[in-house]
Design a protein. Structure first.
Length: 299
């Protein structure tokens, strides 16, 4: 249970950042924002993991961290770029499509066939996120397309973590994910964007940036990497997808949105999806065992 709580905490942390990222990208371009986040996040994680410094350049950690980091970089970059061309609600909804993609990616990569319950739960959850995040008519623009594409890379990242985290130390694995994302972001920033004038940033933006680096990036990813060692990828994706729900919750809390019946319905559907994913498989398994014990000749 505690590892599921870690994933839930990661979702809450990430959900708290949606409005913040939308605001700060008006002052710092997407790639440079990621450079700042992941360069300093890498330094923080390197300091946290000093007791494991002998593993910093161990081949397995470097290889696995870079593979996961490439998927993480693409997901973060496309999502951050996408939010500049769409609403935070649409961005959250389209990103959450990874909850449906994960069970199918886990099949060829990890040889884990998606269960009936995980597929049903993913579609119910996506419907709930739609009620929470979407207002008015749905249309697909440039920012929407980028947000949808990023969901594939987030799904790939979740499956890769499930594949490699079992054999790696979570902190060192996170370090190489961050380094890879920082390098990828720096390449994109230098080739496509103008460096920001950090001296002109208001105090509120610095506070947001510090929070994005230390809490959202470092703490959130460490929680995910530790939690996923003990939680199957399909179930982990549903718990992580709750970041969209928490995003709506914090938006309401900060007065950016009004708690409407549509949002309440969305929350209810997401809760039902978690029950379907986490509770019904155990009930089904227990009932099958009871039936088999009652069959003639069963011991």
């Amino acid at each position: 249970m505690r590892y599921r709580l870690l994933l839930l905490a990661a979702s809450a942390i990430w959900g708290s950042s949606f409005v913040m990222v939308k605001d700060i990208t008006e002052l710092i371009s997407p790639a440079w924002l990621l450079v700042l986040r992941f360069v300093f996040a890498s330094l923080i994680v390197a300091l946290i993991c000093l007791p494991q410094r002998a593993l910093y350049f161990e081949k397995r950690h470097v290889r696995s961290g870079i593979i996961i980091g490439l998927a993480l970089f693409m997901g973060y970059y496309l999502q951050t770029l996408g939010v500049t061309g769409t609403t935070p609600g649409k961005n959250a909804f389209l990103t959450a499509v990874y909850s449906i993609i994960v069970p199918f990616l886990a099949w060829p990569i990890m040889r884990r066939r998606p269960t009936f319950f995980s597929i049903v739960a993913a579609f119910i959850a996506l419907a709930g996120i739609g009620f929470i995040s979407l207002n008015g008519s749905f249309s697909m623009g440039y920012g929407d397309a980028l947000s949808l594409t990023c969901s594939f890379f987030y799904a790939l990242q979740i499956v890769f973590i499930a594949r490699f985290a079992q054999e790696c130390e979570p902190g060192v694995l996170t370090l190489w994910q961050f380094i890879t994302t920082a390098v990828g972001s720096l390449v994109m920033a230098l080739t496509t964007e103008t460096p920001p004038d950090l001296a002109a940033l208001p105090v509120a933006s610095w506070v947001s940036l510090i929070y994005l680096i230390s809490v959202v990036t470092v703490l959130g990813m460490l929680f995910q990497n530790i939690g996923q060692v003990h939680v199957p990828a399909a179930q982990a994706s549903l718990l992580l997808m709750l970041e969209s729900v928490f995003g709506a919750f914090f938006s309401v809390l900060m007065g950016a949105e009004v708690l409407s019946p549509q949002i309440v319905l969305g929350f209810s559907l997401v809760f039902i999806s978690i029950v379907v994913s986490e509770y019904l498989p155990a009930v089904w398994k227990r009932r099958r065992s009871d039936v088999q014990r009652k069959l003639p000749g069963a011991k």
